[in-house]
Ligand binder design. Structure first.
Ligand SMILES: NC(=O)c1ccc[n+]([C@@H]2O[C@H](COP(=O)([O-])OP(=O)(O)OC[C@H]3O[C@@H](n4cnc5c(N)ncnc54)[C@H](O)[C@@H]3O)[C@@H](O)[C@H]2O)c1
Length: 337
């Protein structure tokens, strides 16, 4: 397949481009800067907010993997995040439709980087106390976004729905969790996060019960205090005590190897389905390695509804839908570098 990858020079983009080429696809990358081109890919400099330029980049394409975005609420003012993440996504869809109609392209499907943050919990600033209604969390779980990034990732899903209803262009919004890349020597903030959260959370879980409960109550109270102060939407600060534990909890101890992120994007282009779908995609198991139900009962004591059984270390975020829709199966469980 001839695939346009927007944001293809980024942390998720580069390995995704390499994965796609390694699986026989021809890839064109579109990114703000292509100073370090990816061998084998056609790398083009461009901006998804510049609609007029997109028609040329769509030429001859059969599928789009749309990754270009600000990936964190601290990276730009809110209006700019909306302009790039949402306006840019609208532009990509509209340019694909226009190219198809001109006969310049045959784009049947767009796979977008969504985010687990479409739920609104992790960076959420005023998340109601009882907002996590049940486990395992699935695509039916209500969302409640209050920061510019999470909002942008939730609203792009509406853009996909619109283009399906209007134009019959199907799409997938991969609600990625923290993604790490083991095949690079670069320091990885997300890998450090997962490793820190693993060790520190396991240490808390090993405390005698009463001490553990008191410790976790303290951690949750501090998490909520920081949420009320809108601290989670600022640039990551890992230096304060319990930061790793709090963020592990607010991501429900999910993460993904970038090869599985790439695999999901490829399957999202190739699988046979109609419509526009947000789907959670994560490893099959929590990254702590302890029973998920015990973790949930300890760290989310107010959540008492179990929509489906969760056994062993099975993820508290369900991947049933992506399994059924595109046949995705995670193959790279968490591993330290
Ligand atoms: N990395 C993660 O753990 C993670 C988790 C959930 C979702 N996501 C999503 O995955 C996607 C990729 O994330 P990432 O971590 O690789 O981010 P990144 O910042 O490393 O890469 C994003 C790329 O998009 C490009 N880009 C930004 N604005 C652009 C524009 N206007 N036009 C063209 N290109 C532009 C950037 O130059 C960059 O190369 C994002 O949509 C992000 O929201 C990432």
């Amino acid at each position: 397949m001839r695939i346009l990858v927007t944001g293809g020079m980024g942390a998720v983009g580069r390995p995704t481009v390499e994965w796609l080429m390694g699986h026989g696809h021809t890839v064109r990358v579109l990114d703000l800067s292509v100073d370090e081109p990816i061998p084998g890919a056609e790398c083009r400099e461009g901006d998804i907010t510049d609609f007029a330029s997109l028609s040329d980049h769509m030429q001859d394409m059969q599928g789009v993997v749309h990754l270009a975005a600000f990936p964190h609420p601290s990276m730009a003012p809110p209006q700019r995040i909306f302009q790039v993440n949402d306006g840019g996504t609208f532009n990509v869809f509209q340019a694909a439709i226009d190219a198809n109609k001109r006969g310049d392209a045959e784009i049947r499907r767009i796979v977008c980087a969504g985010s687990i943050n479409a739920l609104g919990y992790n960076f959420g600033v005023v998340f109601p106390e009882d907002q996590i209604r049940y486990f395992p969390i699935d695509e039916q779980h209500p969302t409640y976004t209050t920061d510019p990034y999470s909002f942008s990732k939730r609203t792009i899903e509406e853009i996909g729905g619109y283009f399906w209803r209007r134009e019959g262009l199907s799409s997938l919004f991969l609600r990625y969790p923290a993604i790490y890349d083991l095949n690079t020597d670069e320091p990885s903030m997300l890998l450090d996060f997962v490793e820190g959260a693993r060790q520190q959370t396991a240490a808390v879980m090993s405390l005698p019960e009463q001490e553990r409960q008191a410790r976790i109550a303290e951690i949750i109270a501090d998490f909520k205090r920081r949420a009320r102060g809108r601290e989670w939407e600022k640039a990551f600060d890992w230096s304060f005590p319990d930061a790793h534990i709090m963020l592990g909890r607010s991501n429900f101890w999910t993460c993904l190897d970038v090869r599985d992120a790439a695999q999901a994007a490829e399957k999202g282009l190739l699988a046979d389905y109609a419509g526009s779908h947000p789907v959670y995609v994560t490893q099959a198991d929590n990254f702590i390695g302890l029973p998920s139900r015990e973790l949930a009962e300890a760290f989310f004591p107010d959540v008492t509804t179990w929509k489906k059984p969760v056994t062993g270390t099975q993820s508290l975020v369900s991947i049933e839908k992506i399994r059924e829709l595109i046949g995705f199966e995670p193959v790279y469980p968490f591993k330290s570098r």
